[in-house]
Write a protein that binds this ligand. Structure first.
Ligand code: RIB
Length: 312
């Protein structure tokens, strides 16, 4: 892995507080279950990806909005602890959002309801106001926990300035406009999101290759479909599909932040000027460690932990 650049990765996205409930199984409608544990911690896809990139060694600037409340203070403490520049994140009248995360311990699966709150008031005009910061980025990274018009404006500003754009189309949206997909130099759905975006099956690697081709035909330059324990399927511009295997760093404890770990690690490796396949490998290693720990932002590994796994 090449060493990191001084240019910042700009991550435009959400912060919410994660309220994580673990139980032996998920309840059915109308049922009350006794769970095994509860934790409150920093979450939101944008913030999780910013933390992953920062711990992976990148310099990171976050663009978002917060409420003037306890969860907003949790965001600022989280970002300060990892050296993330939050100087362009204002407080607003809206409360900081929250996510209810239900973790099924037997199946290792989760279900989430996220209310984005304050960050969802970030407008295209407010993104215009920080265009100079986006112009100076090494990579521009965003997700879909903001209004689509805001996401599109950020991607457009980055694309027009020649800054590499990474769109993680999560949470899944079936009707994502092609205009937005076409602003992505790197498009990183997981298999569920890829299936929903294309209405195509994703059971086999061959089917996932067809899905990646479909997304490329809709405008994404490079498509990376993350596949959990199967790794990631990479369809680079002008190249044949390639499967990058997953890394197993220990027993799986929680997979909630895995996609965010991948995107943050991938962006950090990209900012340092590595090849696409090296970046995907680095992202897979980042995710491989994060799933061995509880929480989302709190599960992100450090650069030395990632390097050790890549060497092993
Ligand atoms: O990707 C995981 C994240 O999605 C959680 O941290 C939760 O906040 C939701 O936004």
């Amino acid at each position: 892995m090449k060493t990191m650049t001084d240019k910042k990765i700009v991550v435009m996205g959400s912060f919410v507080a994660d309220l994580a409930f673990r139980a032996a199984r998920l309840p059915v409608w109308g049922e009350t279950l006794i769970g095994s544990s509860f934790a409150v911690g920093p979450g939101g896809k944008g913030s999780n990806q910013a933390v992953a990139a920062a711990r992976a060694g990148a310099k990171v600037q976050v663009l978002s909005k917060l409420g003037d409340d306890a969860f907003g203070r949790m965001a600022r403490e989280t970002w300060a602890a990892d050296g993330i520049d939050a100087s362009l994140v204002p407080n607003c009248a809206e409360a900081t959002g929250a996510a209810t995360i239900l973790i099924d311990e037997a199946r290792g699966e989760n279900a989430i309801i996220v209310v984005p709150g304050a960050c969802f008031t970030l407008t295209p005009a407010e993104v215009d106001a920080v265009a100079q910061t986006i112009h100076g980025a090494s990579v521009f990274l965003t997700q879909l926990e903001l209004p689509l018009a805001t996401v599109e404006r950020g991607l457009r500003i980055a694309r027009d300035a020649g800054v590499p754009t990474l769109l993680n189309p999560a949470p899944a949206q079936a009707d994502l406009p092609d205009a937005l997909i076409a602003l992505s130099d790197y498009f990183t759905p997981n298999e569920t999101e890829a299936a929903l975006l294309t209405n195509m099956p994703v059971a086999t690697i061959e089917q996932i290759e067809r899905v990646a081709e479909k997304l490329q035909s809709r405008g994404a330059k490079n498509v990376i479909v993350t596949l959990g324990e199967r790794g990631a399927l990479v369809l680079a511009e002008g190249a044949a599909p390639a499967l990058v295997p997953a890394f197993r760093a220990g027993p799986v404890v929680e997979t909630t932040g895995a996609g965010d770990a991948f995107c943050g690690g991938f962006a950090a490796a990209m900012a340092a000027g590595n090849s696409l396949l090296e970046c995907v490998r680095f992202g897979c290693a980042t995710a491989g460690i994060s799933v061995t720990r509880p929480g989302t932002a709190n599960s992100m590994p450090t650069r030395s932990e990632i390097d050790a796994l890549l060497r092993s």
